[in-house]
Ligand binder design. Structure first.
Ligand code: FRU
Length: 500
């Protein structure tokens, strides 16, 4: 199989050089058919978007158009490392039945030759319009970035119209990830940038026609809305209304690790405040990190046709033990998160909930009251590893809950500290993510074959992590030093159905 892959990749690269995009795509589809084997792969996800082969990172171009949800994603089809990214493309009407479409964008033009990097989608004049960053490196590794446009009439085939925005003065070539929206009679665009003094910023642009863009200046960052340095680069900005407030969602790089926050290699979080569209200025409060787990980065949101603000993220973090994921031996790495609905703001924090559509995946159910008195109790009757497990816990008590002898969640009621523990992917020694949560009353856990997404207190906090247990056993264990009742409701979850 590997030999066939190698031969095919060579052929693909030849086509790539010849810029024969159509033939290239056809070859790729055939390659995917060959390698779509889920049965022998213990960590292949069942209800998360994973790449058939290669590496997936950020969600891109999220949109619902003519009733269909389009999920594009950063994709390196040829290897399990980063490189010249494509835009992979999957669609769904109901979040259960999915179609894998031909990749929407391949890096075949000069202005994108080292990758069609992240971006977003809008609809205008009956066309689906994709904004993305063309990443280019010269022979010495020097980078340049172009903000490009591609349009489609059918949502499947895209015509590239080339760059529409070039790099502004005083900013480096770390200039990427355009997010476009319509508001107050204009089109707007925010983009991640690095000022020439190595400060992360978000820049804002305005346009009448999506083709000609006016640079309005920096929207946030040091010297604009912050007095202190806040990372050397801000990736994947998004800027939207929620609950009457303005939210800047962004992934800053270069924050120092602290006892209860910023424990991953790079962070993701929100600034909330208000936007003055007349003057294109934003005033905001402090940064709130968005996730309490090991893997969550570069999320993007969109408003769907029901008026819901939905979010998907990458369940990975750049440069964080990426080459240690055990799926690499099966030829793929990383996945997207479940889509979440953003609900409201609580003290500057956004509550996230799984989509109600996820109930369609529910299969057999069991409930149990687990009474623990200063010991460990295992729920031996529960057998499904792909599951939704809702746990109500008594407030004011400390406890530990472990899943598959691999992932441990614990709450210290005295200090108000939540800890997620799993083995370090390199050393195998326990690794921790600790955060402050005053009180916990419920945990809604979605376990796929190699991930956990835990919605704490109805989504007030979320912890997202990959997990790679050796054994295929669904072991749920509860432990405390006092007498405590866990009320558990659990469902087996079915898989996505794929066609295409
Ligand atoms: C975030 C990111 C983006 C970039 C893309 C490249 O993970 O680094 O800034 O556009 O990934 O794949």
């Amino acid at each position: 199989m590997i030999r066939i892959m190698k031969k095919r990749q060579k052929k693909l690269y030849r086509r790539f050089r010849m810029k024969d995009e159509r033939a290239f795509r056809k070859e790729l589809e055939e390659t995917l058919q060959l390698n779509n084997n889920t049965e022998t792969e213990p960590f292949r996800q069942q209800f998360h978007l994973t790449p058939p082969k290669g590496l997936l990172n950020d969600p891109n171009g999220l949109i619902q158009w003519r009733g269909i949800y389009h999920v594009f994603f950063q994709w390196m089809p040829f290897k399990t490392g980063h490189g010249s990214k494509w835009w992979g493309h999957a669609t769904t009407k109901d979040w259960v039945n999915w179609e894998l479409l031909p990749p929407a964008l391949a890096p075949v033009q000069d202005f994108e030759k080292n990758g069609c990097y992240s971006g977003s989608a809008v609809v205008r004049d009956g066309l689906l319009q994709l904004f993305y960053t063309g990443n280019v490196k010269d022979e010495y590794g020097n980078r340049s970035s172009y903000q490009c446009l591609a349009v489609s009439e059918d949502g499947v085939h895209f015509e590239k119209l080339g760059p529409v925005i070039s790099q502004p003065e005083r900013y480096t070539a770390h200039f990427r990830d355009p997010k476009v929206w319509y508001e107050a009679g204009s089109w707007w665009l925010v983009i991640g940038a690095q000022r020439d003094d190595k400060e992360g910023h978000v820049l804002i642009y305005r346009s009448r026609d999506l083709r000609k863009w006016e640079f309005l200046g920096p929207l946030a960052g040091k010297g604009v809305t912050l007095s202190e340095s806040f990372g050397f680069m801000w990736e994947c900005p998004d800027f939207f209304e929620l609950d009457g407030m303005r939210v800047l969602l962004v992934s800053p790089q270069g924050l120092e690790k602290e006892s209860y926050q910023y424990q991953n290699q790079y962070q993701t979080g929100v600034f909330t405040g208000s936007f003055d569209s007349e003057n294109a200025t934003f005033s905001h409060g402090s940064f709130q990190e968005m996730d309490k787990g090991f893997e969550f980065y570069a999320p993007q949101t969109f408003e769907d046709e029901h008026g819901r603000r939905l979010l998907l993220g990458w369940m990975g973090v750049p440069d964080q033990q990426e080459d240690m994921h055990p799926t690499i031996k099966d030829g793929w790495v990383h996945c997207l998160t479940m889509p979440r609905e953003l609900l409201h703001l609580q003290n500057g924090k956004i509550a996230q909930q799984p989509l109600k559509e996820w109930k369609q995946l529910r299969g057999a159910q069991q409930s149990k009251d687990i009474h623990v008195t200063a010991e460990t109790v295992e729920w031996t009757e529960w057998k499904a590893i792909v599951a939704e497990i809702n746990i109500e816990v008594e407030e004011g008590k400390s406890w530990t809950i472990s899943w598959r002898d691999y992932l441990t969640m614990s709450f210290d009621a005295e200090y108000g500290v939540f800890t997620l523990e799993r083995p370090d992917l390199i050393s195998g020694e326990p690794a921790f993510r600790t955060s402050r949560i005053e009180e916990i009353h419920s945990l809604r856990c979605y376990f796929d074959r190699s991930s956990a997404e835990i919605f704490i207190n109805d989504g007030e906090h979320v912890a997202t992590s990959r997990l790679f247990p050796r054994k295929q056993e669904a072991k749920l264990r509860c432990k405390t030093h006092e007498s405590i009742m866990f009320q558990v409701d659990a469902w087996e979850l079915h898989s996505f159905q794929w066609s295409g």
